[in-house]
Ligand binder design. Structure first.
Ligand code: SAM
Length: 224
């Protein structure tokens, strides 16, 4: 193995040790973080930042989320819905989708910025990942592929989109940060018939979920 690969593998193991220190305990999740080379989701000149525990710009004003944030959201999903069909809203770099794929979910992902959608689709194909992507407004979900056992929204929403709740399967759960433009509370909705059991967790700061059932593009006003 080349020296560069050895260093990146070591840094990935260190990243996983940091996740453990921060309280991520789910072994399946930790193994997925070991398995997926995060640096492949970075531009060549930014690979040195791939294993820092921070968010990083991916262009177009968007970010690849901090590893801890991805691990926290993924753990909430895995502990409630351990297998099946999952919809991710906000493909971005494609890293979260690749983590879900490594966990054995059947993954669908939607991105509203065409250049990011196109870049992620090419990367999934190059890495031979069986992830289905779509360009569009993810606040409306993916009706043709519903119902989903899990939905993970990786941008901050002013309110849970009703269309996404309606596309959850029975016992399916949605992990979504909900709040204002500065701070959002990680929230889980689990479907029980026509009801949704809601759990709230810690606060994070995400880029906005922009769309028909999210924030308004120009002024960040919610439109419902
Ligand atoms: N999951 C990504 C990753 O692993 O790199 C990080 C996501 S980034 C924090 C949030 C993404 O959500 C951005 O790429 C943004 O363009 C996208 N986004 C925002 N609103 C959206 C919408 N209505 N539908 C689809 N994607 C949306």
């Amino acid at each position: 193995m080349k020296e560069r690969e050895k260093v990146l593998n070591l840094r990935r193991r260190e990243m996983v040790e940091t996740l453990k220190l921060y309280g991520i305990v789910n072994h399946r999740v930790l193994n997925a973080f070991l398995e997926v080379p995060r640096h492949l989701f970075f531009d060549a000149d930014a690979v040195g930042s791939a294993y820092n525990d921070g968010a990083y710009p991916v262009g177009f004003g968007q970010t690849i989320s901090q590893p801890y944030t991805v691990a926290f959201m993924t753990s909430l999903l895995v502990e409630r819905c351990s297998s099946g069909k999952v919809l991710e809203i906000g493909t971005g770099s494609g890293y979260q989708a690749a983590i879900l794929d490594a966990l054995g979910y059947s993954v669908y992902t939607v991105e509203r910025i065409f250049e990011l959608y196109e870049r992620a689709e090419k990367l999934f194909s190059r890495l031979r990942l069986n992830i289905t992507c779509r360009f569009g407004d993810g606040t409306l979900g993916w009706m043709e592929e519903a119902p989903f056992d899990g939905i993970v929204v990786t941008a901050g929403a002013p309110k849970e989109p009703g269309s996404l709740l309606q596309q959850l399967a029975e016992k399916g759960c949605m992990v979504i940060p909900v709040g204002n433009s500065d701070s959002q509370q990680m929230t889980v909705f689990q479907r029980k018939g026509n009801d949704f059991i809601k759990e709230r967790f810690q606060h994070f700061t995400f880029v906005p979920l922009i769309g028909k059932e999210g924030w308004n593009d120009s002024v960040f006003l919610p439109h419902f």
